[in-house]
Design a protein around this ligand. Structure first.
Ligand code: PXP
Length: 246
């Protein structure tokens, strides 16, 4: 099983301080480059960045930095907005994951409606594929959406594990897991490669490994949260050492 580490929330923390800056200064903390290199050293298989239209976390300079400095394949998560599509065609990440995007959402909430998306989606997929970018569609574990994804020209789907992650009862989780498994099975039978992600954490990831033909899990928030707490004690000690030295 491969792990794609989503670094968006490293940038969320950085932008909490630098939101008004025209350009992120080189000394800005936390450093996305440092996070990228930590993911490389830890053995992650890829890095995901979501360049949102409102640039609430990842900035344009970040995607170029990861593409130029990174040793891991870049999965650029993005909407179908023409401005973002233009950037992707120039940047040429190894992979693009197309997602729906609403400004008012805190993070990507639902899957793409591939059934309804029709022309624009197909046109973007073929433009990206012409540049040799692998295309994944973020979809709910809904069989109609999986069939539409297979007909769209995309190579992969990323199954949205959001409903599974949010289920609060054992029977709810079981139900959502079964939907994910059926969607994975169908996707594979239709020739799609299968990824999954959204809302996964250290407690709920185990069961998801049962999804058949799963290649990559994309996980962000929980990893960044664990890093913050795991590192906080050392960070406080380091500062105290400096204060004592004076
Ligand atoms: N996959 C997709 C398509 C997403 O939109 C997100 C959230 O940005 C993730 C995976 C990662 O989700 P999380 O941050 O909850 O691990």
């Amino acid at each position: 099983m491969q792990l794609g580490v989503n670094l968006d929330h490293v940038a969320t923390l950085r932008q909490a301080r630098y939101r008004c800056a025209k350009k992120v200064p080189p000394h800005a903390e936390p450093s996305l480059a440092a996070a990228l290199h930590a993911a490389e050293r830890a053995g992650a298989h890829g890095v995901t960045l979501h360049l949102r239209e409102d640039r609430r976390h990842i900035q344009d300079q970040d995607v170029w930095m990861v593409k130029q400095e990174g040793r891991l394949p870049l999965n650029l998560e993005m909407s179908l907005a023409p401005e973002i599509v233009r950037i992707a065609l120039k940047l040429k990440p190894e992979e693009v994951c197309l997602v729906p995007e609403r400004r008012e959402e805190v993070t990507t909430e639902g899957g793409l409606n591939v059934v309804r998306a029709e022309g624009r989606l197909k046109s973007v997929i073929s433009q990206l594929r012409r540049k040799k970018i692998r295309v994944s569609l973020f979809v709910s574990p809904n069989l109609e959406q999986v069939r539409a994804a297979a007909a769209s020209g995309a190579e992969m789907i990323e199954l949205n594990t959001g409903a599974y992650s949010e289920a609060r009862t054992a029977s709810g989780r079981k139900h959502e897991l079964s939907r994910l498994m059926k969607a994975g099975q169908l996707g594979h039978a239709l020739g799609l490669r299968i990824n999954a992600g959204h809302g996964l954490n250290y407690h709920n990831v185990g069961a998801v490994l049962a999804i058949p033909f799963l290649e990559t899990l994309n996980i962000g928030h929980s990893i960044v949260c664990r890093a913050l707490i795991a590192g906080l004690e050392d960070a406080i000690r380091d500062m105290l050492r400096l204060l004592r030295a004076s």
